[in-house]
Design a protein around this ligand. Sequence first.
Ligand SMILES: [Zn+2]
Length: 436
Amino acid sequence: MRRIPRGRRTAIAATVLTLTLALASGGALANAAPDETEPTATTVRQYEVDGVATAVERTDLARTGTAIDEVRDSSVVITTDQAHAERLAELGYRLTALTAPSVRGDDFRIAAPEDYHTYAEALATVDQLEAGYPDLVSSQVIGESYEGRDIVAVKVSANVTVDEDEPEVLFTANQHAREHLTVEMALYTLGELTSQYGTDPEITALLDSREVWVIPTVNPDGKIYDQESGSFRSWRKNRQPNAGSSAIGTDLNRNWAYEWGCCGGSSSSPSSDTYRGSGPESGPETAVVADFVRGRVVGGEQQITAHIDFHTYGELVLWPYGYTYSDTAPGLTADDAAAFEALGTELADTNGYTPQQSSDLYITDGSINDWLWADQGIFSFTFEMYPTSQLGGGFYPPGSVIDRETSRNREAVLTLLDYADCAYRAAGLEAEYCAS
Ligand SMILES: [Zn+2]
């Protein structure tokens, strides 16, 4: 795992202080570089919105096109620009601007951009693993982002060059640009599986009997835009222009082709952080990953059985459906729901996250979890990683927590791999669904 060289700590501290001062004086994370002239760059910051306490109330707020960062007991935290904040105030919402987390001595509460692997560094790490473990690791470019960057899938398995008849598990990260900790999670997973194969009996057995796919960044354009201008921009979407609008970007996790735009869980406005795109899979990145998943149908059977999509933040384990409050719905039986809840709860028991159906938070439509389950029959979870709160650094926790917060999910990852042969086993339903 990457460590920050000692000599850079002072520079990082200075950067954090500058950022903190900018925030305290009314600036924001989205401040562009001095030579930045892009007209669509707007200033955003986090606000607490009071009196939003139930899933229905949160969904009502989300229907205004607001992306909800954090759910509190009787409020939520959002990131938005001043214009949208004023519009929400006109609608009667009570907003309080939040200041960024402070720096306490050597205890960094927020990150500097260099705390996280860049896109190029992430791909270089993949290349190193592939070179170091040629029998275990094989990467492939599965398509390109809007701006033409490679989207890479990494396969890890014993006899990796052979497509063996083994259950497959998919891990995806970084659909949302600013959620850099999720890329670290993907790289941690790759590093752990490779370095521990042949040493750790559990990992050895799992890689002998499973095929693992990791897509370290689904949204490279967004990641670079958020990370590589000198300060974070709190960017969420991809970087695809929208016809008839100066606003950039589609929320990839509202762009999947199941019940797309059905239920008030996404926005039709290109300026919204939850813009669902012009149609299902209109985002090139969504289409690339969806095509990859469809390509794992072999002999009429989807080989991928289980999946985690890593996000930040909130420390949650979420499962489908997101588009409806109902526990069961077309394509999701009571037994399916029981398996999701049992497995999701077991995963959460390993890392201390809170397990729940996605729509317990608020309605989302066009999410990857709903599509992977309904269209492909894959037990698909979302992990919202560290922290629980904006006070812990929000989307930008410091690099000092990366090792702790990625290894925190080690057991969950291995548990999901273990259940890849029969997720229904988590609910004691293997005789009904997995007998062969
Ligand atoms: Zn996210």
